[in-house]
Design a binder for this molecule. Structure first.
Ligand code: ADP
Ligand code: MG
Length: 564
């Protein structure tokens, strides 16, 4: 790793965290204040965040908080449609009662204060003490305790279930109701009903990293899944065998549905990221959740996916299910100026893309089958080349194009095989190389149709292909791309085999070039010494083509020997 690529590290500790100052929570609050200069008042001591312009219709202030590391919960939920104040503790630690007291005093309204507390001993004690102090000072206070985590439902347990993902839905519903002028008693009752109607369950494949430290807080092997994990880095109740995501989701749903019978109003579902799960995964999981609920007869009225309650950078997600009562959906749909989610009408399943691809004939095509076998043999080698000089996906892209060509069942003949491959690469393959390979195949097919399939037709096809690739992608010879193989082949004299060998030599010559096109260009000099994967792949296509035209030859075997 070169100097300018060294990650920023805390020099003193070697931590992989970005900690510009020792007190992360204070610095993060300072950052929040800078971003939200108009909507938030941030106090550093005692640390709390206040809504600068709550809805004037509010009669009661909503105050919540808890340990830090769960962002956007709770500081991100302050503002119209959400909380009036939030109180962050240190990472995974309860705020001090002094903070809660100060925040509640500052936010309090004539109708009183409602505290929303996640069920953890430290939070319960500190919010409880603050409530006692407020009451002694004549402020009307009530508390909603969120305890939705199914994994901690243990009979006879004194601590009870943990408070997790349902907090998001509770605070969304209460925020909307508070904006409509609900009283303290009404809000407390509403909050308790939402809690009672909600359960969550979380899974993770990797623990969080402790701030200031390196590596995950506890070890999980590649085939293990924490099932029923919490949001503070504690291990789950059980470690189970890792199964495909769809199975994991189904198991979570079965367990949730035992405790949350979805009623007439349907249910709200939240797929919440625990910090390191990507938005891509969370939406994919949500789709599975909505399908799974439908299959089990539960109607989904509102769906959310995103990171709302993180556990620092834990790689996992939770699913929260809330059985809705009349009126709640409207509150979930009410606008908010905060990071709380707003429900939209549930979308139907999107229509599937175009139907089956055209199938022109039956039987095997020598070019396509030969290429399929050759690419299968060199898939790993191509991936290794592209890892050095690109982003590692070229082998996959080429293989997927060849499989797509084979699915088109082109029937007999070199031209039919070329056309199937051309259509497949142009229409079905991603990356930069897929569509460019499609262009090359199109030019070669056109040349083979115009003249007899052979050396001359191939040369002229490659010449046209080189021009087309430059028109589209701008590459010049020497830029270290497939073009260098194309041009070498186009300029070669001799028989079909000579054209292919020249293209292969052209591919090998890219090892001496610095990449200037595609993703390889970001790798720079580090690619030098290894040939360009796309150029090698192009030579393989030509080898399979030559073998199909002249079945006596074995250029595929020859090139497999060269790069395998
Ligand atoms: P991506 O760059 O999107 O990851 P692939 O890995 O499928 O695409 O293909 C990379 C190959 O595509 C490179 O090895 C190179 O041969 C070729 N390539 C990339 N950009 C160009 C371009 N502008 N002109 C010609 N060939 C290119
Ligand atoms: Mg690539």
């Amino acid at each position: 790793m070169t100097d300018d690529q060294t990650p920023v590290r805390d020099a003193a500790t070697g931590s992989d965290w970005f900690l510009p100052s020792p007190d992360t929570v204070t610095s993060a609050l300072a950052g929040l204040a800078r971003v939200h200069g108009a909507s938030l008042h941030v106090s550093l001591d005692p640390a709390h965040v206040l809504a600068a312009s709550p809805d004037p219709a509010r009669r009661v202030a909503l105050v919540s908080g808890g340990g830090s590391g769960h962002e956007p919960l709770h500081t991100g939920f302050v503002g119209r449609g959400g909380l009036d104040a939030a109180v962050p503790g240190q990472v995974f630690a309860s705020p001090h009662n002094r903070q809660v007291h100060a925040a509640a005093r500052a936010a309090a309204k004539p109708g009183g204060v409602l505290l929303v507390v996640k069920n953890y001993t430290g939070d319960v004690i500190n919010f409880g003490i603050a409530a006692e102090r407020l009451r002694a000072e004549g402020v009307e206070v009530d508390t909603v305790l969120v305890d939705d985590d199914l994994a901690t439902e243990v009979e006879g347990s004194a601590t009870g279930r943990r408070g997790t993902g349902a907090t998001v839905l509770v605070e969304k519903v209460l925020g909307a109701a508070a904006d409509r002028g609900a009283s303290l008693a009404e809000l407390a009752d509403l909050g308790r009903r939402v809690v009672a109607a909600s359960r969550s369950l979380a899974v993770a494949t990797r623990a969080h990293t402790v701030p200031g430290g390196t590596g995950p807080a506890f070890e999980l092997s590649e085939d293990e899944l924490e099932h029923g994990v919490g949001i503070h880095g504690e291990r789950a109740v059980s470690t189970v065998e890792r199964r495909p995501a769809a199975e994991v989701v189904d198991r979570v749903l079965e367990q949730l549905l035992e405790h949350v019978p979805a009623g007439e109003e349907g249910c709200a579902v939240l797929v919440n990221g625990l910090g390191a799960a990507t938005g891509l995964e969370l939406h994919a999981v949500l789709d599975r959740v909505v399908r799974g609920l439908g299959e089990r007869g539960a109607r989904v009225a509102a769906a959310f996916a995103g990171t709302y309650v993180a556990a620092l950078d834990m790689r996992g997600f939770s699913v929260t299910l809330t059985a809705l009562e009349p009126g709640w959906l409207e509150l979930l749909r009410a606008p908010t100026a905060t990071a709380l989610p707003v429900a939209e009408p549930l979308g139907a399943e999107p229509a599937s893309p175009a139907g089956d691809v055209e199938r022109s004939g039956a039987g095997e095509n020598a070019f396509v089958t030969g290429l399929e076998a050759l690419v299968a043999r060199l898939h790993g080698a191509l991936t290794r080349l592209d890892r050095v000089g690109g982003d590692g996906d070229f082998g996959d892209n080429l293989a997927s194009g060849v499989h797509a060509a084979s699915r088109r069942a082109p029937g007999d003949g070199v031209v039919a095989g070329l056309r199937a491959a051309e259509d497949a690469f142009l229409d079905d393959v991603g990356g930069s190389s897929g569509p460019l390979f499609g262009l090359v195949l199109q030019q070669v097919r056109t040349a083979f149709e115009a003249g007899d399939p052979g050396a001359d037709a191939l040369r002229s096809g490659l010449r046209e292909a080189a021009a087309a690739v430059t028109r589209v992608g701008g590459a010049q010879p020497g830029d270290r791309t497939m073009l260098d193989a194309l041009v070498a082949g186009a300029e070669a004299g001799g028989a079909l085999a000579d054209v292919v060998r020249a293209a292969a030599d052209g591919a090998d010559a890219t090892a001496g070039m610095t990449p200037r096109r595609g993703r390889a260009s970001y790798v720079g000099e580090r690619a030098v010494g290894t040939p360009d994967a796309g150029a090698v792949g192009l030579a393989l296509v030509l080898a399979a083509l030559a073998d199909a035209v002249e079945p006596a030859g074995d250029l595929a075997g020859e090139l497999a020997g060269r790069w395998g």
